[in-house]
Every structure is written in structure tokens, then in C-alpha cells.
Design a protein around this ligand. Structure first.
Ligand code: ARG
Length: 423
């Protein structure tokens, strides 16, 4: 049968219909091109893109009638990635708007937010926490080519204890307010992991400590027992899902690392032992060190309650100092911004803070490319400009290794071979 297909040429026709391997190659000429792994900046490089993927990179000859994209006056690098976003959010920035607007508005906000994120050069994100699997729907719509957005790894509802940071505690008991991911005890937590897997998540998020933007929780206080954390990690890993743990306080961070999570989010109160454990276990730390500035300058205007502003005042500088120590100790620190706290599309602002608090510009770019690709297990898809990987390519107008703030002004965005922005 297959030989008949081959002979009749039907097979080739099918390939063409599916857009596989036979799409016209696009030649991208670059001014400077960053090899993000080695830090080498090369000039005069040409990238050949065939369909969604990169076909070749080098000093290549360009055929006379080739389709060209001219980035010869730009600095070109792989699309960057943010491991901590909350894209499914009402566009209204006032603190309690989620109580008055439905999750449907949040999904519509998500459509707008993911496009802004993509246009800022973030071609891959993780979404860590959403109602009603809004993030699963957004990811599926992007993957189906229905709406523009980054590649997404999504968690659905975050798991947490009753009354904890991943619950909602604003209203009195008569409202019976409860977040969808609340699960107490190892078996309830396992069931919640299974439910999230059933409805299509890529990873599991849980809250290991209190947080800034929840009512009545303490940053330093652990939530979930060690047994519960182990159950979540075991169940998630059994299903091939990675685990991200929200943790500010030292004990919660250590419990989460020992329980085997793949990344600790925030990681604010690190001590020597926590740093040693993170290194020993290879745990990624995703530390959102930009948004403290946004909250402290815009929080009052946005109606953030005094309780939460006070927690931010407490944690901001401590977290930045922890960041400095983690970087100095060689911990695997990845780019995670908590976009959603501040407006989506401003994710790139965190790069300058990562450099101010101890990274070289190259380290900051690696934290948002090769390190995030490794955390996602997507090294065969994204994170470098290399044959076989998706053509997720961005450009800025000047070398970000000289001024990292260039990353706040991305002027060209290609994802999967498609151009979304070219200024
Ligand atoms: N979602 C986090 C929380 O509510 C945000 C923390 C923001 N502040 C910071 N300094 N990282 O706990």
C-alpha cells in the first residue's frame, strides 16, 4: 500500500497539505547573533527556517530568489521564557476585581495578556495557577493556531491547604469561598493532582507557605506537611508532570526541596542550608525580583490592602539578597517574574534586576533560555537558535550584553517560524 502511495506521489501531496517539511525556507540575515550557551556573539550569520523549525545556522549563501527577513541591523537571540506567570486575569487592575468579575472575564483577559507577553519577546511561558482550567483552554487555543500567544506549560488550579495562600480567604464563612485547588491530606492532594492531570495540565503547582497577596497568611509559615508535599510530588511525577512549589519561608522551601519539587517559586527567605539543598537536588529557583517595585509604587492606587502591602515591604529586599546569594553559590536560578502582579508584557523589566542583584547579562539571558528549557524538559524544542529546534527567534536593536535593558525593547518576534512583530 505504502509503495503505491509513494509511486503515485500521493504521499508527497499529503505532506504538502499537512505543511510538513516542504514549506518554503525563509532566510534570516542577522547583524549579531548570540550563542546563548557559550556567550559568543557572531556576525554575518544566516538562519534558515523551514516551516516551524530552524533548518540551518551559519555563514550561508542565500539563493537569489529566497524569501528574506532582514535583521542585519539587529542583535538576534532565542525567544526568552518566563517560568512564573498568571496570564488568566481580569484586565482591570484593581485588587478585588476578581470577586466581581467572572472567570470568563479572566479568560478573555488571558487572550489579551498572552499576546502582550509574546510581543514582548517571551515565546514560552509557564502559567502557575488558574481557575476553571482557563490556562489549559488558552494553551490549546494557541496550539491550534486560533489566537496568538507563547508556547505554554500550564498548571490549572494550584493546590493548597484550607485557608492557605492558594485558597481565597477574603469573604466571611457564609460565602463558603474556596479555591478549586484546595486539598487537605495526602490522599485528597493526590486526587487533586489526578484531577488536574485529567483536565490537561502540564505541571502541578502547590503552595508550601503563606504569601504576600493572600489574606491572613504569613510569609514565613509553612503550609502543607512534609507527607502532603511528598504525596503531591510522587503523584505528579508518576504522571510525568513537574512540580512548582510556591514558598517564601525557609522551612517551606526546605520541605519542598526535600520532597523533590522541580522548582521553588519566590524562594525569598533562603539560608545556607536551603541554598545547599537546592544545589544538591538540582532544584530550580524561580525568583520574582522585579514585581516588588511595581507593588510598592502602584499597590496603593490599585487598592492593595495594607496587610498585603506590609508583607511586600517585608519581603522585597530580603528576597533580592537571597537572589544574590543563590546566584553567587551557583544555584540553578531561572527566570520567573510573577507577571500578573504587574502588567503582562513588562516581563523583560526583570532582566535588569537580575543583573543588578548579581548575574552577568549572559547569565540572566541563560536563566531565561537554556535553563528554562531544561526545567521544562523542552531542550529539543526551545532555548537556542540551532537546527531542529522551533524557530522562536527575537531581536533587539543593540547588544543586551552591554545594556540588559535592551530586553525591555524587543523589536522582532518570531515564534514557530511565524513573524508576530517586526519594527
Ligand atoms: N504571588 C506572590 C505572593 O503573593 C508574589 C510575591 C511578590 N513579592 C515578591 N517580593 N516576590 O506571595
Amino acid at each position: 500500500m505504502s509503495s503505491i502511495l509513494w509511486r503515485s506521489g500521493l504521499w508527497l501531496t499529503l505532506l504538502a497539505t499537512w505543511g510538513l517539511a516542504v514549506a518554503d525556507p525563509v532566510y534570516i540575515t542577522t547583524g549579531q547573533l548570540l550563542d546563548v550557551a557559550s556567550g559568543e556573539v557572531k556576525t554575518g550569520q544566516v538562519i534558515v527556517v523551514a516551516g516551524e523549525r530552524i533548518d540551518a545556522v551559519g555563514e550561508l549563501a542565500i539563493p537569489p530568489d529566497a524569501t528574506l527577513i532582514d535583521l542585519s541591523d539587529k542583535f538576534v537571540l532565542p525567544g526568552v521564557m518566563d517560568m512564573h506567570t498568571h496570564v488568566a486575569r481580569n484586565l482591570d487592575r484593581t485588587y478585588f476585581s476578581g470577586l466581581f468579575q467572572s472567570p470568563h472575564r479572566g479568560t478573555i483577559g488571558g487572550v489579551v495578556n498572552i499576546e502582550r507577553t509574546l510581543l514582548a519577546g517571551f515565546t514560552t511561558i509557564r502559567n502557575v495557577g488558574a481557575y476553571d482550567y482557563q490556562d489549559v483552554a488558552l494553551r490549546n487555543a494557541v496550539n491550534a493556531g486560533e489566537i496568538p500567544g507563547p508556547r505554554m506549560a500550564v498548571s490549572g488550579p494550584a493546590l493548597g491547604i484550607t485557608g492557605g495562600h492558594c485558597d481565597s480567604n477574603a469573604l466571611n464563612h457564609a460565602f463558603a469561598q474556596r479555591n478549586q485547588g484546595v486539598a487537605d491530606g495526602p490522599w485528597a492532594a493526590r486526587e487533586m493532582v489526578r484531577k488536574n492531570v485529567k483536565y490537561g495540565v502540564d505541571l502541578i503547582k502547590f503552595c508550601a507557605t503563606g504569601g504576600v497577596f493572600s489574606k491572613g497568611t504569613k510569609l514565613g509559615q509553612r503550609q502543607y506537611t512534609f507527607e502532603e508535599m511528598q504525596a503531591i510530588v510522587d503523584e505528579a511525577h508518576t504522571h510525568g508532570r513537574k512540580v512548582a512549589a510556591h514558598a517564601h519561608g525557609t522551612e517551606g522551601i526546605k520541605f519542598a526541596i526535600r520532597a523533590g519539587v522541580d522548582s521553588v517559586e519566590h524562594a525569598s527567605y533562603l539560608d545556607k542550608e536551603a541554598i545547599r539543598l537546592a544545589r544538591q537536588h538540582g532544584t530550580a529557583l524561580s525568583m520574582d525580583i522585579y514585581n516588588t517595585e511595581y507593588t510598592l509604587s502602584q499597590g496603593v492606587k490599585n487598592g492593595v490592602p495594607e496587610e498585603n502591602l506590609n508583607k511586600e515591604r517585608e519581603v522585597g529586599s530580603v528576597q533580592r539578597e537571597s537572589f544574590r546569594q543563590a546566584v553567587a553559590a551557583g544555584v540553578n536560578v531561572v527566570f520567573g517574574s510573577d507577571a500578573g502582579i504587574y502588567p503582562h508584557g513588562e516581563n523583560g523589566k526583570q532582566f535588569a534586576r537580575m543583573v543588578r542583584f548579581g548575574m552577568t547579562p549572559l547569565q540572566a539571558l541563560q536563566a531565561a533560555t537554556i535553563k528554562t528549557a531544561a526545567l521544562l524538559d523542552w531542550e529539543d524544542r526551545v532555548g537556542r537558535i540551532q537546527p531542529g529546534l522551533y524557530a522562536d527567534i527575537i531581536a533587539v536593536d543593540a547588544n543586551p550584553l552591554d545594556d540588559i535593558r535592551e530586553m525591555e525593547r524587543v523589536t522582532f518576534v518570531m515564534k514557530g517560524g511565524e513573524v508576530y512583530k517586526h519594527e
